[in-house]
Design a protein around this ligand. Structure first.
Ligand code: GLN
Length: 484
């Protein structure tokens, strides 16, 4: 097995027992990145020397007879909106060019404590706004399965790095689908945790009330391993759950004959592409043949969830992005007066999608409209949460498509914002409700993967990971690395 095809569990075990040198393995991953990056562009920053130095440190720890930790030597890619001390953190934006955070995100501290090697910072849609990684100021990422197609977004670099073998594990963030979407299109596993289960300290905020950092991997055991490292209460994040701990990363053993799956009709029927529905049903019928009960349920609120999500996300974004004014971080344009400098910095620093959202978000929150849009969206949000919890009181998990369409070609969706936004119809539900959801690969359509989505009750991650393992056993997708 090639180093870049090895699962994380195997790398960590071999490094810990001294049968694999972290330096040798990390060099191989870096070689692979050198080979694939010109075509894929999964990384904004590749940490060559730093990763090798870190791997040496891990090898020395092993040589001293000490335990380097549960991720010993494993190459982890970190999305470029998560702070790594001293490493440029652009969020895919020109406005943060040159910004090097003087601190680590809590999740990064946790990775380092367990012996992980941070291999680079991955490409993303600007400030995580998008579903294709095309809004990045650093050029689009291509799908390793089919470079004419997008890898999904906004954590597209993380998904593409896993599929191409230029990382063994990856962190993403998910505000409305940004982990599950690229997982679906790159044939990988991605988990959006229960809101508050993972610390957001050190994550550059887009829409705080919706987003979570989460793990991405090429198999379920790796996904659970990475999750077990990053999960847990953090006093530095006021929304962090007190009772969040590693138990949430346990892969529950599921007796399929006792598993009740509710299939959300609206997420497998028109307007979901029939090729995607077919792939989702093929996964569900495999689970059914193992003994699971699969029953269709209806969630008519799906229609209102998407507009509610975009209203809430844009409102929060417009307020979060006010801080980029050229005086504190990153890029600064020249100007004769302070005001001129701020205007120029924001005009040149932000891309068109970010500007659209700042303007719409400011409009949504302005006097006279806040009741009409924002407050109404909050009501829809509560209703969506209630409806999902009601369904989850009758079914262990809910299923549907992750993305309504197969991976689009580059340029195909990006021109029309509404068309772009409709891609998120199935993923935003879990963010609005704060419940955990994951993508499992389902099948390949037009040369690129499509995924099935499972949602669970709050703190229902062990159950979702158990379902993910069942799906993994029933499909071809395990540790699949493709040659781009
Ligand atoms: N595509 C969605 C958006 O642009 C979700 C992005 C995300 O999860 N960060 O808002």
């Amino acid at each position: 097995m090639k180093a870049w095809e090895m699962p994380a569990t195997m790398v960590a075990e071999m490094v810990r027992e001294g049968s694999l040198s972290a330096v040798e393995y990390v060099s191989k991953i870096l070689e692979r990145a050198e080979e694939t990056e010109p075509r894929i562009n999964a990384y904004i920053t590749l940490l060559k020397e730093q990763a090798l130095r870190r791997a040496e440190e891990v090898d020395r720890t092993v040589a001293r007879g000490e335990d380097p930790g549960r991720l010993a030597g494993v190459a982890v890619a970190v999305k470029d909106n998560i702070a790594v001390r001293g490493v440029e953190n652009t969020c895919g934006s020109r406005i943060l060019k040159g910004y090097r955070p003087p601190f680590n995100a809590t999740v990064v501290e946790k990775l380092l404590r367990e012996g992980a090697v941070i291999i680079g910072k991955t490409n993303m849609d600007e400030f995580a706004m998008g579903s294709t990684t095309e809004t990045s100021a650093y050029g689009p990422t291509r799908n390793p399965w089919n470079p004419e197609r997008v890898p999904g977004g906004s954590s597209g670099g993380s998904g593409a790095a896993l599929a191409a073998g230029s990382a063994t594990l990856a962190l993403g963030s998910d505000t409305g689908g940004s982990i599950r979407c690229p997982a679906a299109y790159t044939g990988t596993y991605g988990l959006k945790p229960t809101y508050g289960a993972v610390s957001r300290y050190g994550l550059v905020p887009y829409a705080n009330s919706l987003e979570q950092i989460g793990p991405m991997a090429r198999n379920t055991a790796d996904l659970a391993l990475l999750y077990s490292v990053i999960v847990g209460h953090d006093p530095r994040d006021s929304t962090s759950l007190r009772d969040s701990d590693t138990r949430l990363a346990h892969v529950e053993h599921i007796d399929p004959s006792r598993l009740r799956i509710g299939v959300i009709r609206e997420l497998v029927e028109d307007p979901v592409d029939p090729r995607v529905s077919r792939a989702v049903w093929s996964v569900l019928s495999k689970l059914e043949s193992m003994g699971a009960s699969v029953e269709e349920v209806s969630l008519p609120l799906v229609e209102y969830a998407l507009p509610a999500y975009y209203i809430i996300a844009m409102a929060e974004a417009s307020s979060n992005l006010a801080r980029y004014d050229g005086t504190r971080y990153g890029f600064r344009a020249p100007g004769a007066t302070w005001e001129e400098m701020v205007v120029e910095t924001r005009t040149r620093g932000f891309g068109w999608e970010v500007k659209r959202r700042i303007m719409l978000g400011s409009f949504i929150l302005s006097a006279g409209y806040v009741e009409q849009y924002y407050v109404k969206a909050l009501r829809v949000r509560s209703a969506v949460r209630r409806a999902l919890l009601e369904l989850l009181s009758k079914h262990h998990v809910l299923a549907g498509a992750t993305m309504p369409i197969p991976a689009p070609r580059l340029g195909e969706r990006i021109r029309d914002p509404l068309l772009l936004y409709t891609m998120d119809v199935a993923t935003v539900l879990a963010n609005l409700a704060g419940i955990p959801a994951l993508n499992t690969p389902a099948d390949v359509v037009d040369g690129a993967p499509v995924g099935a989505q499972f949602m669970g009750p709050p703190m229902g991650e062990p159950l979702l990971l158990g379902v993910s393992r069942l799906v993994e056993e029933a499909t071809r997708f395990r540790d699949e690395v493709v040659q781009p």
